[in-house]
Design a protein around this ligand. Structure first.
Ligand code: ADP
Length: 397
């Protein structure tokens, strides 16, 4: 038995889960937020309890130290020696990383070098790694990249039709995101179907505030909707997804903005928020739709249409599909969006069971027995994947 800390460090937050492996039992979880501000927020859940405090957390290092002190103080662990490994989620691994790996100086340098492609995330991850290295100097640290799962995409799927030198000089290509989630869900889908992973063709719809779709054949990613950055693909909470790039220069001219400012709007003020004019949160947009607001209904219709465009393309690309799996906040909870998507897929023989789609919670099948493609809801679990990789890569017994 080994206890593994799965960490997701952001620029002002650290999310964590402490898991007992190989049983994959959750021991404690929580988040430290508002690091660097006058007052932080530290939330920890353990033993069925949830506690919140408001400590001052000048940097990530104090946050990590407080977390470790709290584990002892609350008797969640008797000694820090019980923590056998720390696994860090890293958003961008570029073409350097084809698997999760143990942290050393050169790994940290490469993550730093890739910050151009993930300016908000990669630098924050490094701060998180350093804080845990300082607090737990003898514990192996493993990095688990969101991009690794998508590294199996064939060249024809990841290359853009731009000047080839943009790729060779600057690494312009599709990298994808949410890979850890796509991997978990596609593996779980194979288990639920009772089929060897090698024989499955699955389309995973990760629909959270950020959203991406992937085509997974035999457990390997063949294509995914996010690109050089998470802006590509379907519309999301605040991101536009695909559009004609000329929109950028056109709006620069009309609104007297720079390209970076327009791209910022496409990342932060578009998608659900921009279209509905209400919120990036699907619950608010659903409320608007139910009140008869046209823009709210249109928001879901545009997204459902675009999701189906990807599913149809991936169905053809993989030469068929055994199952479609919905995951993440919206995929798991938004029954009207799942119905909107599945009803458009009737031509492929998809048949949704409205009772299963509407009434039950948690992991389940939601298609009818005669549906040609099985449809599942599979709650994602990125932390378990991080813990599994930490155990495997650091060879923890
Ligand atoms: P991320 O991790 O990308 O921030 P999540 O996976 O948490 O996002 O998903 C957030 C989205 O899921 C929001 O749009 C939110 O409205 C939606 N969501 C979460 N819970 C529910 C729910 N119970 N009913 C409807 N939508 C929900």
């Amino acid at each position: 038995m080994a206890k593994i800390m799965a960490v997701n460090a952001g620029s002002s937050s650290i999310k964590f889960q402490l898991l007992e492996m190989p049983a994959e039992t959750l021991i404690a979880s929580g988040v430290m937020e508002r690091i660097g501000l006058a007052e932080g927020i530290f939330t920890i859940k353990y033993d069925g309890k949830k506690e919140e405090t408001h400590p001052v957390l000048p940097t990530h290092a104090e946050g990590v130290q407080l977390l470790l002190d709290t584990l002892i103080e609350k008797k969640i662990v008797k000694s820090l020696d019980e923590i056998s490994g720390v696994g860090h989620r890293i958003v961008q691994g570029g073409e350097y990383f084809k698997d999760s790996t143990l942290v050393d100086e050169s790994v940290v340098e490469k993550i730093a070098e890739l910050a151009d492609l993930a300016p908000l995330h990669n630098p924050a991850h490094i701060i998180g790694i350093k804080a845990f290295q300082k607090a737990l100097p003898n514990v192996p640290q493993v990095v688990v990249f969101d991009t690794v799962f998508h590294q199996t995409m064939p060249e024809e799927a990841y290359m853009y039709a731009t000047p080839y030198e943009w790729y060779t000089k600057y690494g312009v290509r599709k990298y994808g995101a949410h890979g850890t989630s796509h991997k978990y869900v596609s593996q779980r889908a194979a288990e639920l179907m009772g089929k060897p992973l090698e024989e499955t063709k699955t389309i995973v719809c990760h629909l959270g505030n950020g959203a991406s779709i992937s085509a997974v054949e035999g457990g390997k990613c063949k294509d995914t909707s996010m690109g050089l950055t998470p802006l590509e693909g379907i519309p999301m909470g605040t991101r536009s997804g695909n559009l004609d790039p000329t929109v950028v220069s056109y709006i620069c001219q009309k609104e007297n903005l720079t390209a970076a400012e327009v791209v910022n709007i496409l990342n932060k003020k578009s998608g659900y928020l921009g279209m509905s004019g209400r919120s990036n949160d699907a619950r608010d947009v659903t409320a608007g739709m139910n009140e008869g607001d046209h823009r709210c209904k249109l928001t879901f219709d545009v997204q459902a249409k675009r999701i189906v465009d990807y599913i149809a393309a991936y169905y053809v690309y993989m030469g068929g599909c055994d199952c479609i799996a919905f995951t993440a906040g919206m995929g798991e909870n938004l029954k009207h969006l799942r119905a909107n998507v599945c009803n458009r897929l009737g031509v492929l023989g998809v048949k949704l069971d409205p009772v299963l789609n509407d009434t039950f919670s948690d992991e389940r099948i939601i298609s009818t027995p005669d549906s040609k493609i099985k449809v599942y809801i599979i709650p994602t679990n990125e932390e378990v994947m991080i813990a599994r990789d930490t155990v495997r890569v650091a060879n923890i017994k």
